[in-house]
Write a protein that binds this ligand. Sequence first.
Ligand code: ZN
Length: 388
Amino acid sequence: MIEDLLRKYQPELTLIRQDLHAHPEMLFQEERTARIVADELSRIGFEVVTGIAKTGVVASITNGTSSRVIGIRADMDALPIHEQTNLPYASRYPGKMHACGHDGHTTMLLGLARFLAETRNFDGTVRLIFQPSEEDEGGAMKMIEDGLFERFPCDRIFALHNLPGEAEGQILVRPGPITASCDVLTIVIHGVGGHGALPHKSVDPIVAASSVVLALQSIVSRNLDPHDPAVVTVGAINGGSMATVIPEQVRLLVGIRTVTKAVRELVLRRIQDLAMAHAKSYGCSAEVQMGVDSWSYPAGFNTADEAALVRQVALDMGQDPEKIDMRGPFMFSEDFSAMQEVVPSCYFGLGAGPGPMLHDPGYNFNDALLVKGPAFWARLVEKALPQA
Ligand code: ZN
């Protein structure tokens, strides 16, 4: 039984996971994490290459004679969040935290690696891809730019994310759209500042900005097909500092999530049009600047065969199809989508049981998944690369 062998590794894997948790790294500075990953995989016989997109690692193992290759990706980075778990292995670095469980994603692949090296019940090549900087600045794109798939070709690739709030070990998957694109833009509304008691001698950008915020609410409700999911959130509105002064400008920060290119383009165009028109109707002008946060991620798309494989493995494990099949895509974004644009692929969810949500300062990865996650990966590898 796959789980029996993985349970043998569990105490050591738990120590590795908790050590990574205590030493969170981010933004292409995942040097310690990459070293631990590379050392462990070299030790058990993988062919290891480091330094892809600075701190990325690719480790390959071949068994048998088949030329088939599958890739499995884990993200290694943490978040700029101050941990509030009071765990004995809580972050030792103030303001940095593994609040998304990438410490667990990384360790689950180390568990899979041990299993594959010991059992060798597959025919072909498995590549484990450890990527930096998923949370910001697109580590996946940087690895692709650094020749990831030319240097390490893969026929198909897979990645998962742990999901607090879903039953422990539950697989969630669907073919087609799977994660949202993420765009961030800034709208600057320019008016004419002046004395708060003399509004007729000013052009008030705060009133115009208020109108723009309300107008943006109509994009999802009035411009989109009800079957097309999208989110438009004004997450920041800044302007002015006193009750008695009309400011010169107001800045709005807008976050946009969509799952298709057509909807993304429509939403971005409507934001532009509404901001300009509403600002103008109050005598102001509006400037719309794309991508202030320096990155945007494309929407993720699961190819049919790869999604069917993940689903079949979950069914083989006795999971309920009602719970496996997602009704719609995740509305969060994931830079694995950049890899999905070049290789047939599937991204899916792995239930983590009850607990604080991802990106919460109280979040912690559920170590029970250090058996359940690698067990799922092992079955997927054995099904994708069967021995003759
Ligand atoms: Zn994450």
